[in-house]
Ligand binder design. Structure first.
Ligand code: ARG
Length: 460
């Protein structure tokens, strides 16, 4: 038989494949809470404006409350024949309250309904992601606080560059996560407008109060253009773009965890709770969770790209193509939330091998810049000349197979006669780290200030 919701002009029902391609209930039932909240607000507004009677609104409210309980209890009879969450809820409402259920859809369409539900769902997702990012930041700051004086090699090109504080390294990810939070906050702010009452595409002739429903649902205002209200999906794209950037950011620390936990680096280890074994190699201890976070951008960027392609070139206003928006958005949010939880867990779990980090920090002439800086500061040479002097001394030390700190002063003086014994005081990884006191630099003095600032900021 034809659909009870829209079957008036149809003599026969859809083919099985038609029903299969049309149904979105497996995906959009996740928006049931939002759908019912929207309907409750809409019904109250219809009564307040005299479009329906207060008695009908009361029945609708009672019925929707029962539907919500059934859904929460997990015994709601979802039906693919009823296509989507909107019609499933409304159909069940009719079973429960009868005739007044048919009045709920006055001055409304599934087009504004779905846009409303989806914005509400993504708004809540932004809030959960923000909490996830904050938990990740807290874990990083707690580790940072314990490792302010821990020196490690800083890298450029993954080649040993200059010594840095481990805490400084960890705090760089706290800064990055803060900008991710800002991107979600921006997206949340822009998406928090109500499409409800835009109806199918053109608005409605009923004397509705869109401010009232917007307020009831926590939106900042009703959307000002009905076509825009039902057709726009940039709000979802924006959240997903923020998710893609965030996932890429997480993947960078995930990759460092993988590297640091290798025998070659030997900087850190994850506990049993965050490690996995091999089914063939009994000795293995693998950082699978970090690898999976490293892989998540593949899925999340894929979800974003998928929706970008769905929306591209779509004429106004609503087309059924837009039903393909929820699956990738939910997927991206699910993936990101899991990645965030895993990163917060691993960040808290990591045990660092301080001696190995310090030893590595002093290798590979990581103090060569300090030698050059000394030549500038104490001998008044231009930095370019000092760079050349330091480079020549590194070459001699490398040939002798010793670090700069073990190269005899006479050898250094063969390159730069002005050098004296004081040079040895700057030649160590720790001294190098401690010397970089510029704002934003890695000296523990500066890093401690940043740890304190973050602690205050995150507890506020
Ligand atoms: N399930 C649909 C979606 O997700 C709801 C809107 C349907 N609108 C329509 N005109 N068929 O987009």
């Amino acid at each position: 038989s034809a659909s009870a919701m829209w079957g008036g002009r149809f003599a026969a029902g859809p083919s099985a494949v038609m029903e299969a391609i049309n149904a979105s209930i497996d995906i959009d039932q996740r928006m049931a809470e939002e759908d019912i909240a929207g309907s409750l607000a809409h019904a109250a507004m219809l009564a307040a404006t005299g479009v329906i009677s207060s008695a009908d609104a009361a029945e609708i409210t009672r019925g929707l409350t029962q539907v919500r309980e059934e859904i929460r209890a997990g015994n709601f009879p979802w039906s693919a024949a009823l296509e989507d969450v909107h019609m499933n809820v409304e159909s069940r409402l009719k079973d429960i309250i009868g005739e007044p259920a048919g009045r709920l859809h006055t001055a409304r369409s599934r087009n504004d309904q779905v846009a409303t539900d989806f914005r509400l769902w993504l708004r809540a997702a932004c809030d959960r992601i923000d909490a996830g990012l904050e938990a990740y930041q807290r874990a990083l700051v707690e580790q940072a606080e314990k490792h302010i004086d821990q020196v490690m090699p800083g890298f450029t090109h993954l080649q040993t560059a200059q010594p840095v504080s481990l805490a400084h390294h960890l705090l760089s990810y706290v800064e990055l996560a803060q900008r991710d939070r800002g991107r979600f906050a921006d997206a949340r702010k822009r998406l928090n407008e109500s499409p409800l009452g835009c109806a199918a595409l053109a608005g409605t002739a009923f004397p509705i109060d869109r401010d009232m429903t917007a307020r009831a649902l926590g939106f900042d205002r009703p959307m000002a253009n009905s076509l825009d209200g039902v057709a726009a999906r940039d709000f979802a794209l924006e959240v997903m773009a923020a998710a893609a950037i965030c996932a890429v950011n997480l993947s960078r620390f995930a990759e460092e965890i993988v590297l640091w936990c290798t025998r070659r680096f030997g900087f850190a280890t994850l506990s049993d709770a965050w490690s996995t074994g091999s089914s063939i190699m009994p000795q293995k201890r693998n950082p699978d969770a970090a690898e999976l976070v490293r892989a998540k951008p593949g899925r999340i960027i894929g979800s974003l790209t998928g929706l970008l392609v769905v929306v591209k070139g779509l004429p106004l206003a609503y087309s059924k193509d837009l039903q393909e928006d929820k699956a990738p958005a939910f997927q991206a949010v699910d993936d990101l939330e899991l990645a965030l939880a895993a990163m917060a867990g691993m960040a808290a779990d990591l045990t660092f091998y301080g001696d190995a980090m310090e030893e590595a920090a002093g290798e590979a002439y990581s103090d060569a810049t300090d030698l050059a800086d000394f030549v500038v500061r104490e001998l008044g040479k231009p930095f370019r000349d000092a760079h050349h002097i330091s480079g020549s001394i590194v070459r001699l030390a490398e040939a002798a197979g010793v670090p700069l700190a073990e190269l005899p002063l006479e050898t250094m003086q063969s390159v730069e006669p002005g050098l004296d014994e004081r040079i040895y005081s700057v030649l160590s990884a720790r001294a190098s780290m401690q010397s970089r006191t510029s704002f934003g630099g890695t000296s523990p003095v500066r890093v401690r200030e940043q740890v304190e600032a973050w602690k205050a900021r995150l507890s506020a």
